[in-house]
Design a protein around this ligand. Structure first.
Ligand code: UCC
Ligand code: FAD
Length: 560
C-alpha cells in the first residue's frame, strides 16, 4: 500500500493501461467439441471413467502442470509416466478406445508440456516398433521401460534418421555404417545431424551394415534399423559425442543435438535392408503425435484469444462485440474443429487396428489419413497461430505473453516428421501400395458418413458440397490414372489437401448429424464445406499440372 501511495501519477495511470491476462480454465471442461465427440463415440461405461479422469487431469494441468511448463523438463518426464501418457496405449484398458483416450490426454497435455510432447511422440513410436516386432526377448526390457508408469523406470526414446545429406531422402542421405562385432552386436559410425530430445535413454536409428570387405549397399535396400542405449550402465555416453546443440527458431526448451557416433554399441532389430519399412511404424505414430500437437496449439491459441476478447476494449467496446473480430476467431474455430475430428478419426482407427478389430478397409484408410492429416494440420496450425497472435494486437508479439513461443513451436510442425511435399508423396505411396484400393475405401467411407445426414434438411447444402467435391476428385483420379505418374507428382500437394478437406467435411457433417448435436456443430459443418474442398480439380482445370506449366514454374522461380 505504501508503495502505491508513493507511485508517481504518470506511472499509476500507466498501470491502468495494462491488460489483464486471459485465463482459460479446465481445458477438458471448456472444450465442447472434445466432450461431445467422446459422448458420441465412447461406450457409456468407458465414457464415465474416461471423462472423470480427464476432468481430474484438466485440473492437474491447470493448477500444477502448466505452471511448471517452461522450466521443469525432468518433472515433465515424471508426470508423463504417472499419467501413463505412453503406457495407456499399450495397456489397452479401454480396448479399441485406448488410443482415443491416450490421444485426448496428450492433446490436453501438449501445450502445457514445455515441449515434452516431442520425446513422448518418439517414445510411443519406439514402443510401437518393438511391439510390431513381437516384443523380442532382447527388447522386452526396453519395452517395459518405455511403457512404464513408474517415473523411476520410465524411458524416453529418440529417433535418429536425419544425416547431413538428407532428412527427407533418408535412403540416399544415410552414411552411418554398422560393423558387426563377434558377440553379434554392432558398432555404429556416422554423424546424426538432428537428434531431438537428446537426453533420451535410448534411440532407434538407421545404418548400413558393412560386409566382410567393408562394403555397404547404397539406397533404401541397404538400410537396417538399430536399437541403442544412449548411456551405458555407468551413465557414460555409449560411443557418442555431442558435436553441438542446434540453435533453433523454436522448441528451444527441448534439446536437439548433432551427434557423432563413434563405435556406439547397437543391436540390429530389423531384417537387413528393411530399415525404412521398419521405422515407418515409428513414423506413423510420431506423425499422429504431430497432429495432436497441431490441434492442441490451435485450440490453445483460440482459448486465449477468445478470453482476451472478453477483456480487451477497442473503439469503446469489448473485442467480443466487434463482429469482424468474432468472424476472424470463428474462422479459426471452424478450421480447428475439422482438424480435431481428423485427429480423433485416426486415433479411432489406430485403436481398432491394435485390437484386431480393424477391417482391411480401416487399415488402408488409416495408412492414407496419417500423412494427409499430418501435412494438412501442420499448415493449419502455423496459419492459426499467426492469426491468433494478431488477435492480441501488439501484445501478441511480446515475449512476456508466451504467445511467440507457441508461434515458433508451431512452425516446426510442417517440417519435422516429413515436410508437406514429402508427405504428399507419401500419400501417393499409400495409393500405389494399395493399387488404388484405398481411394475406393476413401470414397465409400465419405459416402457412408454423408448418408448419416440424410434426414437433416439443414445439413443438405453441406452434404451437396462434399458430394460434388468427391465427384470432382473421383474424375481427377480417373484422369490421373490414364496419364501416368508425372502429373500425379505435381498434383500431390493439392491432391492431399483435397483429401483432407473432403474427409474433414464428411466428419464434421457426421458429427453435426448425431442426435443431440448443437447448432454450432451444424454451422461448423456448413462453413467448412463452403470452402474449396477439391483444389486439385480446380488446379487441373487451370492446366497447372501440364509439362508446360511445370517448366514455367522453374522459369518463374529463377526469373531473377
Ligand atoms: O523429424 C524427426 C523427429 C522430430 C522430433 C519429434 C517430433 C514428434 C512430433 C511432435 C509432437 C508435437 S525424425 C525424422 C523424420 N523423418 C522423416 O519423416 C523422413 C521423411 N521422409 C520420408 O518419409 C520418405 O518418404 C522415406 C524416408 C520414408 C522414403 O524412404 P525410401 O526408402 O526412399 O522409400 P520407399 O523405398 O518407397 O519405402 C521403403 C519401404 C516400403 O515398403 P516395402 O519395401 O514393403 O514396399 C514403403 O512402403 O518403406 C515403406 N514405407 C512406409 N510404410 C515408407 N513410408 C511408409 C509409411 N509412412 N508407412 C508405411
Ligand atoms: P530437405 O529434404 O532438404 O528438404 C528441403 C525442401 O525440399 C523441403 O521444402 C521439402 O519439402 C522439399 N523436398 C524435398 N524432397 C522433395 C521432393 N521429392 N519433392 C518435392 N519437394 C521436396 N530428424 C531426425 O531424424 N531426428 C530428430 O530428432 C529430428 N529433430 C528435428 C528437430 C527440429 C527442430 C528440426 C527442424 C528437424 C529435426 N529433424 C530430425 C530433421 C527433420 O526430420 C528434417 O529436417 C526433415 O525431415 C526435412 O529434411 P531436410 O532437412 O533434409 O530437408
Amino acid at each position: 500500500v505504501g508503495a502505491d501511495l508513493e507511485m508517481p501519477v504518470a506511472r499509476r495511470e500507466a498501470e491502468t493501461l495494462f491488460q489483464e491476462r486471459p485465463e482459460p480454465g479446465n481445458q477438458y471442461l471448456e472444450d465442447a467439441l472434445l466432450r461431445s465427440y467422446l459422448e458420441a463415440h465412447l461406450p457409456p461405461k468407458v465414457l464415465e471413467e474416461v471423462s472423470q479422469e480427464l476432468e481430474g487431469f484438466g485440473n492437474r494441468l491447470l493448477t500444477k502442470i502448466r505452471p511448471l511448463g517452461w522450466e521443469s523438463w525432468k518433472r515433465m518426464k515424471e508426470i508423463a509416466a504417472e499419467e501413463g501418457l505412453v503406457a495407456e496405449a499399450y495397456e489397452r484398458r479401454y480396448s479399441n478406445w485406448s488410443r482415443v483416450h491416450q490421444a485426448v490426454k496428450l492433446y490436453l497435455f501438449s501445450t502445457a508440456s514445455g515441449g515434452f510432447n516431442c520425446p513422448l511422440a518418439m517414445t510411443d513410436g519406439a514402443a510401437k516398433v518393438i511391439e510390431s516386432l513381437g516384443v523380442p526377448a532382447s527388447l522386452k526390457n526396453a519395452f517395459d521401460h518405455l511403457t512404464s508408469r513408474d517415473p523411476r523406470k520410465f524411458w524416453t526414446s529418440g529417433q535418429w534418421m536425419t544425416e547431413r545429406r538428407g532428412g527427407s531422402d533418408v535412403a540416399n542421405g544415410t552414411e552411418t555404417v554398422a560393423r558387426k562385432q563377434p558377440d553379434g552386436t554392432y558398432h555404429l559410425y556416422g554423424f546424426k545431424w538432428f537428434t531431438s530430445a537428446a537426453d533420451s535413454d535410448m534411440a532407434l536409428t538407421l545404418a548400413r551394415i558393412e560386409d566382410a570387405e567393408g562394403h555397404v549397399k547404397q539406397g533404401s535396400g541397404g538400410l537396417s534399423l538399430f536399437f541403442l542405449r544412449v548411456r551405458d550402465e555407468e551413465e557414460k555416453l555409449n560411443g557418442i559425442q555431442v558435436q553441438r546443440l542446434k540453435a533453433k527458431l523454436g522448441t528451444r526448451q527441448m534439446a536437439t543435438a548433432e551427434l557423432w557416433l563413434n563405435g556406439a554399441k547397437a543391436e540390429l532389430i530389423s531384417a537387413e535392408g528393411r530399415g525404412v519399412a521398419s521405422i515407418s511404424n515409428m513414423l506413423n505414430i510420431t506423425r499422429i503425435h504431430n497432429v495432436i500437437g497441431a490441434v492442441a496449439s490451435m485450440r490453445r491459441m483460440i482459448s486465449l484469444s477468445r478470453q482476451y476478447a472478453l477483456k480487451r476494449v477497442a473503439f469503446g467496446k469489448l473485442l467480443k462485440d466487434h463482429p469482424l473480430h468474432m468472424q476472424t476467431i470463428a474462422r479459426m474455430e471452424v478450421q480447428t474443429r475439422g482438424a480435431f475430428l481428423l485427429l480423433m478419426e485416426m486415433a479411432r482407427l489406430l485403436g481398432l487396428a491394435e485390437t484386431n478389430m480393424a477391417s482391411e478397409q480401416d487399415q488402408l484408410l488409416l495408412r492414407l489419413l496419417v500423412p494427409v492429416a499430418k501435412l494438412y494440420t501442420g499448415k493449419q496450425a502455423s496459419a492459426i497461430a499467426i492469426e491468433a497472435m494478431e488477435s492480441f494486437g501488439g501484445q501478441g508479439y511480446m515475449e512476456d505473453t508466451g504467445l511467440p513461443v507457441i508461434v515458433r513451436d508451431t512452425l516446426v510442425l510442417s517440417i519435422w516428421e516429413g515436410t508437406t511435399n514429402v508427405l504428399s508423396l507419401d500419400v501417393l505411396r499409400s495409393l500405389a501400395k494399395s493399387q488404388g484400393q484405398v481411394m475406393a475405401v476413401f470414397f465409400s467411407t465419405v459416402q457412408n458418413k454423408l448418408g448419416l445426414a440424410s434426414s437433416s434438411a439443414e445439413l443438405q447444402p453441406a452434404v451437396q458440397f462434399v458430394q460434388d467435391a468427391a465427384g470432382r476428385l473421383a474424375r481427377f483420379c480417373q484422369g490421373a490414372a490414364s496419364e501416368g505418374a508425372a502429373p500425379m507428382e505435381l498434383a500431390a500437394r493439392d491432391f492431399s489437401y483435397s483429401l483432407a478437406r473432403i474427409y474433414a467435411g464428411a466428419l464434421l457433417i457426421e458429427h453435426a448429424a448425431r442426435p443431440g448435436s448443437s447448432c454450432v456443430d451444424v454451422c461448423a459443418a456448413q462453413r467448412w464445406c463452403r470452402q474449396e474442398l477439391c483444389p486439385v480439380a480446380a488446379e487441373l482445370g487451370n492446366g497447372s499440372y501440364s509439362a508446360e506449366e511445370s517448366s514455367l514454374d522453374s522459369a518463374l522461380v529463377y526469373a531473377g
